[in-house]
Design a protein around this ligand. Structure first.
Ligand code: BGC
Length: 744
């Protein structure tokens, strides 16, 4: 006991004697000068994008942040904050810079398809440079919500279905935005905390039910990874989770975020998400929403007008302590100091450099790497000097190929596929026929099809650029059908009927169910919405200047009825190996048995394309997995595999490391991604790739020893001894497993 007391006192003295971080000292000083009203004002974010006297007065009173102002307007309001508010605290200007400011990179789902962390980080770094010139110092990105439901429009904004991939992508994006200097360039805001991608039925803002163990295994890790990468802020989500809206969720925001993870960055509400709690039905009015939000340690109120209207009165009534407010304000001021705003509050509006050659070339490379070749019967890459018909609703849509969430793009700066092919014609590389009849992916017109087939007859090959208009994906844009919109499928059928080779390029914000369309065409490139330079990127891929290297970051279902569908599913007690399908069930025989396995009569248990899938213009042969040891005890083992390029073109292989824990006290997925690489392998050559695996990589949330109930709180995070399968494979459905054991 005496010893314990001594230890405690020594620890206390040690902590107390630590020299205080200079930023914390500055915050102490500022906080001590602030009135309660000024503190509350710091905790508010209002939407700008226009000049108004009301906004000016809010700024004069010490408003903390504005969203949606850019350029000159930021300097206008900032001057009021710095020169006319009592303490001159600069404001923080925020914006949804989701996949580029002016130069637009592929939508995040497309970025995930690159499996290229360095490139994703670079795109974020260049985005930060452009944003800063416009006065934006805080972006509401990355979105790391795992989603396994492509009906959900916001699947476009995230990194797909896999926890590991999303964690790596989110962390790379944070590093890119924030940089490594002591002054952060552009503050990241990882969102939406948490479970938003699980909205029931893929309907945005809908309710979510996520058991604690699944929350911890699947949905929380990408947030933790982004925070570990330094994200200065995090945003609540709109959904209620297990009945409690995120903005008021003490378990998430206090227990996990603040206590377990010790996070002292800014937790901001989503746009009016506290207000939304009234509609959710977990509070009566805005006053109660304010109380719930502050008690859940939400630092900043984005356009709820809750803190500004009710926080003071709640403090005066003794329902909220001023110290609670101090904690929030401290977090907000800390972010401002980390951004160097007190020294440099304004942006240099004159001569901003947008679309630098560095940005454009990164955008083009990202668009090239994000396109996934799903099918190729040998038509690609095109060779000789073909006569090409370029057609389809996305062939020349400078607006739509940029996808969702790019407020600051300039459509005229976007290079479409048609523009890129015109350039090739000027260079004498192809002969071009254009069909420019359609602009909207949802258009239906019979006369257009007649014209299409007439033109197609004059061409050697048809390049059909289809997909979705940008307005069909993103926030609040959920779909119940995942077909190609309008009469695109009819156009493809008509082209098939005249027997011309067709290359289908899909530019969309989500996986679409294109099983039948694929049968109409000779090759399919799934390109997502690829941004400013998608045109030249696609031309390079189609002409074979570069070989496709994108891999699917999300499973492509055959039909909507299979959703949710994801590679790291559990096996079930009755997996299927040889399903009897709908059309194989004889009609008129009553005693026929189809067995009792887990699958869909129409499709078996298979997707259209599995997670991690993607072809290229060469073929790769994966050798067996070679292990440095078949037992992991104290030290790591190395798993290696030789990959040979057996084709005739140099190309990038994307080997993926998967494991399966064969027996767990909680059932384990049939595969889990644990690593990936991109390796360029020249034609005819081989490369050996290696991955290190240690005990920590095998850890998961499972029942604590001696506990067998499986109720919340019974879980612990560690690896359980036993046998594992391991693959180094081209995608989540292929490869030969090796075996190792974990001994403790
Ligand atoms: C979205 C957020 C976004 C915010 C600010 C909300 O509607 O859910 O992702 O950052 O608006 O624009």
């Amino acid at each position: 006991m005496k010893n314990q007391l001594f230890l405690f006192v020594s620890l206390f003295v040690l902590v107390a004697c630590q020299p205080k971080d200079p930023i914390e000292k500055q915050i102490d000083d500022l906080l001590s000068q602030m009135t309660l009203e000024e503190k509350i004002a710091q905790m508010n974010q209002l939407s700008g994008g226009y000049y108004s006297e009301d906004l000016e007065s809010a700024v004069r009173a010490g408003l903390g942040s504005m969203l949606n102002s850019v350029g000159e307007e930021t300097n206008y309001y900032q001057r009021i904050a710095v020169e006319e508010s009592r303490l001159g605290i600069p404001m923080l200007f925020a914006r949804d810079v989701i996949h580029g400011y002016r130069t637009i990179y592929p939508i995040p789902l497309g970025q995930a398809a690159t499996f290229d962390l360095a490139l994703v980080e670079e795109a974020a770094r260049l985005t930060a440079q452009e944003s800063m010139q416009a006065g934006i110092r805080w972006t509401f990105s990355p979105m790391v919500d795992i989603s396994r439901d492509p009906r959900w429009g916001r699947v476009a904004e995230g990194y797909g279905e896999d926890t590991y991939l999303a964690s790596m992508m989110g962390a790379a994006t944070v590093r890119g935005y924030q940089g490594f200097d002591s002054i952060v360039q552009l503050a990241a805001c990882v969102k939406h905390f948490v479970g938003y991608g699980v909205s029931e039925g893929g309907r945005d803002y809908n309710t979510t039910w996520i058991p604690e163990i699944q929350l911890r295994e699947t949905y929380l890790p990408p947030f933790k990874a982004a925070l570990d990468a330094g994200s200065l802020s995090i945003m609540c989500s709109f959904n209620d989770i297990n009945g409690v809206p995120s903005s008021a969720n003490k378990h998430l925001n206090v227990n996990i975020l603040r206590h377990e993870w010790q996070y002292n960055g800014v937790l901001v509400s989503d746009y009016a998400s506290s207000q939304n709690m009234i509609a959710h039905g977990n509070c009566h009015d805005l006053r109660e929403a304010t109380l719930l939000s502050i008690n859940a340690q939400m630092d900043m109120d984005m356009e709820n007008h809750a803190y500004s209207n009710h926080l003071k009165e709640l403090i005066e009534e003794g329902l909220v302590k001023e110290q609670q407010v101090d904690v929030c304000v401290r977090n907000i001021l800390r972010m401002k100091y980390r951004l160097g705003l007190f020294d440099n509050p304004y942006c240099a509006v004159e001569n901003p450099v947008y679309y630098s050659s560095e940005s454009l070339s990164a955008a083009q490379r990202a668009a090239e790497e994000s396109a996934v070749l799903l099918k190729n019967n040998g038509i690609l890459p095109l060779s000789s000097t073909p006569t090409i018909l370029v057609c389809g609703p996305l062939a020349h849509s400078q607006h739509d190929q940029n996808g969702t969430w790019c407020f600051d793009k300039v459509d005229s700066a976007t290079v479409t596929p048609l523009m890129a092919f015109r350039e090739l014609e000027r260079a004498g590389k192809i002969r071009l026929i254009e069909q420019m009849g359609k602009h909207w992916s949802r258009e239906v017109s019979q006369s257009n099809i007649t014209q299409l087939t007439r033109l197609a007859r004059q061409a050697d090959v048809v390049l059909f650029f289809g997909g979705e208009e940008s307005i069909l994906s993103g926030e609040a844009r959920c779909r119940a059908h995942l077909n190609l919109p309008g009469d695109q499928s009819a156009q493809l059928r008509a082209l098939k009927a005249i027997g011309k080779p067709v290359v289908l390029t899909v530019m969309a914000g989500r996986p679409l169910c294109i099983g039948e369309d694929i049968n109409m065409v000779d090759a399919v490139l799934y390109a997502f919405h690829g941004g400013t330079m998608q045109g030249p990127a696609l031309a390079n891929l189609i002409m074979g200047v570069v070989s496709p290297s994108g891999r699917l970051p999300i499973t492509f279902p055959q039909a909507v009825g299979q959703i949710p569908m994801y590679y790291n599913k559990k096996n079930s007690g009755r997996p299927t190996s040889n399903p009897v399908l709908y059309d194989d069930i004889p009609v008129g025989i009553e005693q026929f048995s189809i067995g009792a396995d887990s699958y869909w009569l129409e499709y078996g248990d298979k997707p259209l394309y599995p997670f991690g899938y993607g072809l290229t213009y060469t073929t790769f042969e994966y050798g067996p997995v070679v292990l440095s040891d078949t037992i992991i005890d104290k030290s790591a083992i190395i798993a290696s595999c030789e990959i040979t390029n057996t084709g005739t073109m140099d190309a990038v292989a994307v080997p993926q490391l998967y494991i399966r824990d064969l027996v767990g006290s909680i059932t384990r997925p049939i595969r889990e991604l644990k690593g990936f690489q991109r390796v360029t392998i020249p034609a005819g050559e081989s490369r050996t790739v290696s991955f290190e695996i240690e005990e920590a990589d095998l850890a998961y949330w499972h029942l604590a020893q001696g506990v067998d109930l499986g109720a919340d709180g019974d879980y612990t995070f560690s690896a359980e001894p036993g046998d594992f399968h391991i693959w180094i494979a081209p995608n989540s459905a292929e490869g030969q497993a090796a075996r190792f054991a974990l001994k403790k």
